[in-house]
Write a protein that binds this ligand. Structure first.
Ligand code: FES
Ligand SMILES: [Fe+2]
Length: 389
């Protein structure tokens, strides 16, 4: 496997030097920002249109709909959709709205079907969205059936994930959006051979950017998570790379501490780090020694002060892992349990409080430090997209 960007061992050594010197990778400047970015319905509307309506974002891992006819339904920022595996193996994203009088065609969160049948007057659609039956067709006159198919959103499967642009009139090119670095990095991880082992969904009274920010932040660990994450991960020590729409940063685990004094020589220090990736516009991908965690944040359809968050654990299949099924299940249950405990008990209360605070009439402006590099990239890129007409 050829490495992309600066080789990992070199980045780890850079972070180790930071740890020795109490420094971290930094930007040249701090950035100021305003509370309205998290509360204003107009800004939220622009984000839905110009971010989610224009660029690809990850919606599920392909393993969640493995067989033809497997589907999930989702609320995206602009459309309610059905994501469904086709007979030829490709994936389509269909707007979940009947083309007769607009009823929601599929109510279930997930399932498998041969056709979608509308509960209202029983029109039915093939899994590719084509209208199959109009009930009492003879009374329907001269409607053009070919114009009554379910609407499709641009969809592509790449690096194991299903990506969508949330606008039927848009086009999609995931490799182009990722750019050469992030596309090769994600390609090198082999996530297309892996499966989603656990998914958790949260509906939180917090703006999606506030949530995303908390998972790009290496500075809050010892303060917000003193008895959990901070026992394992160093605070405010990052080796960081900026890839434009995306970025990557590496945090040190405390198991690296013996090499603060001692020279590690040429040995691999890879087991002593977690690597995080901002996969724009709305996901954080964490690479752990034996699996990946994907955190996705989607704005609510209309309320800037709400969002949907999803956590996915992505790992080698049971067969590839060589584990017993019981052990495999125990590991992923445990993993998700630990993760959720930290989120529920430690991150979410702070973030809910931030959202309430941001809504104060006289909330002042705020600051992103030079050390808050990934947060600066995230904000910079969203601002850029929102600013583009
Ligand atoms: S609204 Fe779907 S069949 Fe009438
Ligand atoms: Fe946190």
């Amino acid at each position: 496997m050829t490495e992309v960007g600066i080789p990992r061992e070199e980045r780890i050594r850079r972070a180790l030097d930071h740890l020795r010197n109490d420094t971290t990778d930094e930007f040249e400047h701090v950035t100021w920002f305003e509370p309205v970015e998290f509360t204003d319905p107009e800004i939220a509307k622009l984000e839905r249109e110009r971010v989610f309506g224009r660029v690809p974002s990850i919606i599920i891992h392909g393993s969640e709909i493995p067989r033809a006819g497997d589907f999930v339904t989702l609320q995206l920022p602009r459309n309610n959709v059905i994501v469904v595996r086709q007979r030829d193996g490709s994936v389509k994203t269909l707007v979940n709205q009947c083309r007769h009088r607009g009823a929601m065609v599929e109510k279930e969160e997930k399932g498998r079907c041969r056709l979608f049948s509308c509960p209202y007057h029983r029109w039915s659609y093939d899994t590719d969205g084509a209208l199959r039956t109009i009930t009492r067709d003879n009374t329907f006159g001269d409607a053009d059936r070919s114009e009554r198919n379910l609407v499709q959103l641009p969809t592509e499967e790449r690096h194991g994930f299903v990506w969508v642009v949330d606008d039927a009139d848009a086009t999609i090119d995931v490799a182009d959006w990722l750019g050469p670095e992030m596309d090769s990095i994600m390609g090198s991880y082999g996530m297309d051979k892996m499966v989603t082992t656990r998914v958790q969904r949260f509906d939180e009274p917090v703006n999606w950017k506030l949530m995303q920010d908390a998972f790009l932040d290496g500075y809050h660990i010892q303060y917000a998570h003193p008895n959990t994450a901070a026992k394992h991960i160093h605070t405010n020590v990052m080796a960081f790379e900026d890839f434009g729409h995306h970025c990557r940063f590496l945090n040190l685990r405390k198991t690296i501490d013996r090499w603060i004094e001692e020279d590690p020589g040429d040995r691999s220090l890879a087991e002593h780090v977690t690597e995080s990736h901002l996969v724009g516009p709305n996901s954080t991908l964490l690479k752990q020694p034996d699996h990946f965690q994907l955190l996705t944040f989607r704005p609510h359809r209309s309320d800037p002060q709400r969002c949907h968050m999803e956590i996915r654990l992505i790992a080698p299949t049971l067969e590839d892992s060589g584990m017993t099924e019981e052990r495999w299940n125990r590991i992923w249950d445990k993993n998700v349990e630990i993760l959720i405990a930290v989120l529920h008990n430690e991150d979410f209360p702070i973030l809910r409080g931030s959202q309430v605070a941001m809504d104060s009439a006289n909330a002042g402006n705020m600051l992103l430090g030079r050390n808050e590099v990934a947060n600066q990239v995230f904000r910079r890129e969203i601002q850029k997209l929102v600013g583009e007409n």
